[in-house]
Ligand binder design. Structure first.
Ligand code: FE2
Length: 447
């Protein structure tokens, strides 16, 4: 189909080019023919003037010769002979002019006939005048009425022949011109039609291509929209599965720790409340947007995922851990980050992955740099881990564990306050205390 359209388009293009070139050629030829016709006409007019002059001069010459013969007064000979010479000079001049016009055309022999007949007539006239001057009037009259008259008839006949030939030439040129004009008119109609058809077809093609492009664009947009919806649906399902898997993993860890899944739920809730409160107060605006808070809430359950690598004997020990045991316990942070990288490294949500890894790795770091695993301090600790630290410690304080009893809420908030600027980000600790009613509400709902 595309190939056919291209072929038609090429044909249309050729038609247009032929039309335009045809128009140019016709215009050029008409101009050339018109110039040629003009030259022929001018030449014809000049030829006719010249022929008429010769014809008139020969008649005048004949009349002078006749007067010379019939003249009885010898004193008048000189007068008529001067007159005759004057006309003969004029005839010579015309004949020279006539000779120059013999330009090698088809009618050259006709020119020659006129020329030789005039020459013969003049020669004969000289003879007649000689007899007349010698008073041999009868002989002069005889030559005048016979030989000279015959030559004059021949002069006129050859001029008529030439005139007819030139007239035919003119008619032929005129007919050529008319034929070409008719041909040009027909050709011009064809050329203009070709240009018009080419233009119309080009416009139709352009409209069709434009409409086709619009339709193709719409179709493409629809397909993209459908695919986008399918991808979004797939992502929603994946996210649902992912969240459930994460929460399941987190609950499994907590159950090894002797806890139910409540710690996971509560810490996620605290993290969300604290982050939103900080956002509301205009803190950490360059990081805390809605998406970050949402991802942080989802990643929070994984903060202790590294405990998978901690033996049950340490995790479930009722008493205080030895130094060696505590060192092993501390490894759950860096191990957690590693597990998240290894297990979730292939999911597409890079930001989620980064937050989850930071929360797991740094949630035991302290503001004053005395935490673990790396001992980093202040704002070097990622914001998500600083938020997690407050929520995690608070919930650990108010929860019963295998090695301790639950702490009263007042006391827990006191510890948060006392640890501000030491263990916790002072801004976050301050906000956490300010949002105490919301935190207690979560705690009460759970108990
Ligand atoms: Fe932890």
């Amino acid at each position: 189909m595309k190939k056919m359209t291209l072929q038609i388009f090429i044909l249309v293009l050729i038609a247009g080019i032929v039309g335009i070139v045809g128009e140019i050629v016709l215009k050029y030829n008409i101009d050339r023919l018109a110039d040629n016709y003009k030259i022929i006409t001018e030449e014809y007019v000049e030829d006719r003037i010249c022929m008429n002059n010769i014809r008139n001069l020969t008649y005048r010459h004949q009349s002078i010769v006749a007067k010379h013969i019939t003249n009885g007064d010898k004193d008048m000979y000189r007068f008529y002979e001067d007159k005759e010479k004057e006309i003969r000079d004029q005839l010579d001049k015309e004949m020279k002019n006539f000779e120059e016009r013999m330009n090698g055309s088809d009618g050259e022999s006709l020119y020659h006939n006129v020329f030789s007949n005039v020459s013969s007539y003049l020669y004969n006239a000289q003879t007649v005048m000689g007899f007349s001057r010698e008073e041999n009037k009868k002989t002069a009259e005889y030559y005048f009425n016979n030989t000279m008259e015959d030559f004059l008839v021949q002069v006129n006949g050859s001029i008529d022949d030439l005139d007819e030939y030139l007239q035919n030439q003119m008619d032929e040129a005129k007919n050529d011109m008319n034929r070409y004009i008719q041909f040009s008119r027909r050709s011009e109609i064809i050329c203009i039609s070709a240009i018009a058809i080419a233009t119309i077809l080009c416009v139709i093609f352009c409209v069709r291509i434009s409409t086709g492009s619009e339709k193709y664009k719409e179709k493409l947009e629809k397909e993209v929209e459908l695919k986008s919806e399918a991808i979004q649906e797939h992502n929603r399902k994946m996210l649902y599965l992912q969240n459930n898997t994460i929460i399941g993993m987190a609950n499994l860890i907590e159950s090894r720790d002797g806890e139910t899944g409540e710690h996971v739920k509560r810490t996620s809730a605290y993290v969300g409340i604290l982050a939103k409160a900080a956002q509301k107060r205009g803190k950490y605006m360059e990081i805390l947007n809605d998406e970050y808070i949402d991802l942080l809430e989802k990643a929070a359950p994984l903060h202790d995922i590294g405990k998978i690598a901690v033996p049950d004997s340490i995790l479930q020990k009722p008493g205080k851990l030895t130094e060696e045991e505590f060192e092993k316990m501390k490894l759950h942070t860096s191990e957690g980050g590693k597990i998240i990288r290894d297990v979730l490294g292939k999911i597409e949500d890079v930001e989620y992955l980064q937050i989850a890894e930071q929360v797991a790795t740094y949630h035991h770091e302290k503001w004053n740099g005395q935490g673990y695993p790396y001992g980093i301090s202040g704002e070097d600790i990622p914001l998500c881990a600083r938020i997690m630290a407050v929520a995690d410690v608070f919930d650990a304080l108010v929860s019963k564990r295998c090695y301790k009893q639950a702490m009263p809420v007042d006391k827990a908030f006191d510890i948060i306050k006392e640890s501000s600027g030491l263990q916790f980000d002072p801004e976050l600790a301050k906000i956490f205390i300010e949002i105490r009613p919301e935190i207690e509400k979560v705690l009460l709902e759970d108990n």
